[in-house]
Design a binder for this molecule. Structure first.
Ligand code: IVH
Length: 682
């Protein structure tokens, strides 16, 4: 517990008074968020806070970035910028049963060469929130980034600055030059209930669970909104560290954090061997419902850092850690109907309409049955009572039907022969699991709607406010056929639609206008080319640099892109061979949709320009896609096979013939660490 600071100075001495107020507020914050022992009532805290605010308003030269008054949020951002993590943010391997935990402990023991002795573990909670990296330079908070794809995340610094649980300055006289603190941002259950009550009263959308509320609050472009949400933080890991010794164990690391005023959950312990881990798991299981926040399991980490390093990583997860997950929640409910949905590519998906049931933190009324074969395999019929399962953030799933509860008149699902939306034939090719509507987007309104939804979605053109209901109306009234039509919308047309006030119509038009300034990767993704997901779109954009280069790319050129195989390449070529698609692109450009092309993109440093890399074997932390994206972002090329043109081979574990070939040709060979160094040097 931090000691009380010096006695209150004379209020006339405002400089000393401001310093004193900041120290007092900091001390109360630590008592509240780190030690869970409030030292003063909220009203007293607010009084001190307002006094500091008034002092700073009268003497602006007193304001500093780490003053608690700087947590009110800043002007909204247009979009989040990207942050490349100094070390990848990894995930955890999961275990579910006792046997998984026993096996994890055995592997650790064997790899560490323990015979009789037990391995010491640090055990802690698995929080159901969002991973975050907090960067401190010389003890001052400078940047926060979400996990993203593990290699790059979104810069949410302004939002995190508003979170009172997160210190703006580390409480130490000897801060490291650089420290990346990793942990979880979450919302307490009680704060979640209060937030939803407020949303309800204001007629705004409620959140399904605390995790979604935390995610929605953190991803606000307007940090003034985040400032009103009660977010919490618990630290559980470390990224980069410079200018200090790494503590020798995980528990010492967390103790160090606590000493610097960083919140760490106190439900942590050290345990010996598998028996100790299982004991911890059972004790937490008993407590779970009483905890003020949601958890979805516990996490075990080999405590000694030296031993952690010895165990290392496999693909994207540490070998020294394991998440022991609670079983997914299940519930029984009735299948009231099985309908089909038509997706943007015409894919027909059977969907079970369920009697509403509360499971895994949300009320579920629909569950996908994936495809016809899946319905038959599980033998799900209309009228059946089924087991529905929902784990964490995963979409609900129908596990099985309960045979004893099947009524005599339960009806089998029959795949319709015609599309329920446009009446075109439904066809299932012999070697495909999916049946499709043959209408295409010209005939089939469902495909049009799906395509437009995809175009407007957050990871594509990110048109806020243009949601499913609005798109349905625009398509049904034939106001909009293609994505280009969206940019021709006017205020009167929009405001006429149901549930569209003048103000919301204006917001949609603003969002459309804003979306015109985009990135090439988003634009490629928004086109909805089959098999081109977000990662492939990014790879294509950084490889080709301009849309025209992509439009003209041959099959062979497309295959040079990491992530692109023959099926994807074929799909891209077919898309750009269709005159309707070319016309759509021309119309979108004419409407003012634009992005930074490589002429300006090349202004970025591209230190690896002209070098061709080949990746082989499995690397300790990076996946091949992430490594390829990093190389391409630095201007390098990634090829599939080693030839005389190859500049560098990056070899991981179990590298085979490519490594041998590189040795034969005398090509430079580096490992993951070498690659990271190469990228960092520039
Ligand atoms: S450690 C190298 N510890 O779980 C391992 N993760 O599957 C890095 N999480 O994205 C993660 N509680 O959001 C770790 N006590 C805990 C955690 C935890 C929750 C989440 C985190 C991460 C995911 C990994």
């Amino acid at each position: 517990m931090p000691a009380a600071s010096f006695p209150a100075p004379d209020p006339a001495d405002w400089q000393a008074r401001a310093t004193w107020l900041r120290a007092e507020l900091g001390r109360h914050n630590i008592a509240y968020y780190v030690f869970d022992q409030p030292t003063i009532p909220d009203a007293e805290y607010d009084k001190l806070f307002r006094e500091l605010q008034a002092l700073e308003a009268a003497h602006p030269e007193l304001i500093c970035a780490d003053s608690p008054t700087q947590r009110i949020g800043a002007a909204p951002l247009g979009q989040f910028s990207q942050v490349t993590h100094s070390m990848p943010m990894l995930s955890l391997n999961n275990g579910f049963e006792e046997a998984d935990i026993v096996a994890f402990d055995r592997r650790a023991r064997e790899a560490l060469g323990y015979h009789r002795q037990e391995v010491e573990y640090a055990a802690e909670l698995k929080f159901d929130g969002l991973a975050i990296n907090l960067r401190y330079e010389h003890g001052i908070f400078v940047q926060a980034a979400t996990r993203g794809d593990g290699a790059t995340g979104e810069d949410v610094t302004e939002n995190i600055r508003t979170v009172r649980a997160i210190p703006l300055r580390l409480n130490t006289a000897t801060p490291p030059a650089l420290l990346d603190i990793r942990g979880e941002v979450l919302m307490y259950k009680a704060d979640f209930a209060r937030l939803n009550a407020r949303q309800r009263a204001a007629g705004q959308k409620e959140f399904a669970n605390p995790r979604n509320a935390a995610a929605g609050s953190l991803r606000q472009l307007d940090s003034r909104i985040t400032a009103q949400r009660a977010l919490r933080f618990f630290a559980y890991g470390i990224g980069a560290l410079e200018g200090a010794e790494l503590p020798p164990s995980h528990s010492a690391l967390l103790d160090w954090y606590v000493s610097m005023g960083v919140p760490v959950c106190n439900e942590r312990n050290t345990c010996g061997g598998a028996a100790g881990l299982l004991e911890y798991f059972n004790a937490i299981g008993q407590k779970r419902a009483q905890l003020p926040y949601d958890i979805d399991g516990v996490v075990y980490k080999v405590n000694s850092v030296a031993e952690q390093q010895k165990l290392g990583y496999v693909s994207r997860a540490p070998r020294f850690a394991l998440a022991h997950k609670f079983p997914a929640e299940e519930a029984l409910t009735l299948v009231e109907d099985i309908e089909v949905q038509v997706g943007r590519t015409g894919a027909i998906t059977p969907v079970a309409r369920l009697a509403p049931v509360f499971v895994g933190g949300v009320t579920v009324t629909n569950a996908t049955l994936h495809n016809e074969d899946e319905v038959n395999r599980k033998d799900i019929r209309i009228g059946d009572t089924v087991i529905v399962r929902r784990a964490g953030d995963v979409i609900p799933e129908v596990v099985a039907h309960v045979p004893e509860l099947r009524p005599q008149d339960a009806r089998r699902f029959v795949m319709p022969r015609h599309c329920p939306v446009c009446g075109s034939a439904i066809v299932r090719l012999e070697d495909e699991a999916i049946a499709r509507c043959c209408g295409g987007w010209i005939k089939c309104a469902a495909q049009r709607k799906g395509g437009l939804q995809h175009f407007a979605s957050r990871k594509a053109m990110d048109i806020e406010g243009l949601g499913e209901q609005l798109i349905d109306q625009l398509v049904d009234r034939q106001v909009v056929t293609t994505a280009a039509d969206l940019y021709q919308l006017g205020l009167t047309g929009l405001a006429e639609l149901e549930r569209m006030a003048d103000k919301s119509a204006r917001n949609v038009l603003d969002a459309l206008e804003k979306s015109k300034s985009t990135t090439l990767a988003r634009f490629i993704y928004a086109l909805g080319i089959r098999h081109v997901g977000e990662a492939t779109a990014k790879a294509l954009a950084s490889h080709f640099g301009t849309l025209d280069a992509l439009l003209q790319a041959s099959d062979a050129q497309l295959l040079e892109v990491a992530d692109v195989g023959p099926v994807v390449a074929g799909s891209i070529i077919a898309f750009f061979a269709d005159p309707l698609n070319l016309e759509l692109i021309a119309q979108l450009r004419a409407a003012g949709v634009r992005w930074e092309e490589s002429s300006t993109a090349e202004a970025r440093p591209r230190p690896l320009l002209g070098q061709t890399f080949v990746l082989t074997g499995s690397m300790p932390t990076l996946t091949r896609d992430v490594a390829a994206a990093m190389i391409e972002a630095a201007g390098g090329k990634v090829a599939g096979s080693v030839s005389k043109k190859t500049s560098v081979v990056v070899a991981g574990e179990d590298a085979g013939s490519k490594l041998a070939r590189a040795q034969e040709l005398g090509i430079a060979i580096i490992d993951e660490a070498g690659l990271l160094r190469l990228l960092q040097e520039h």
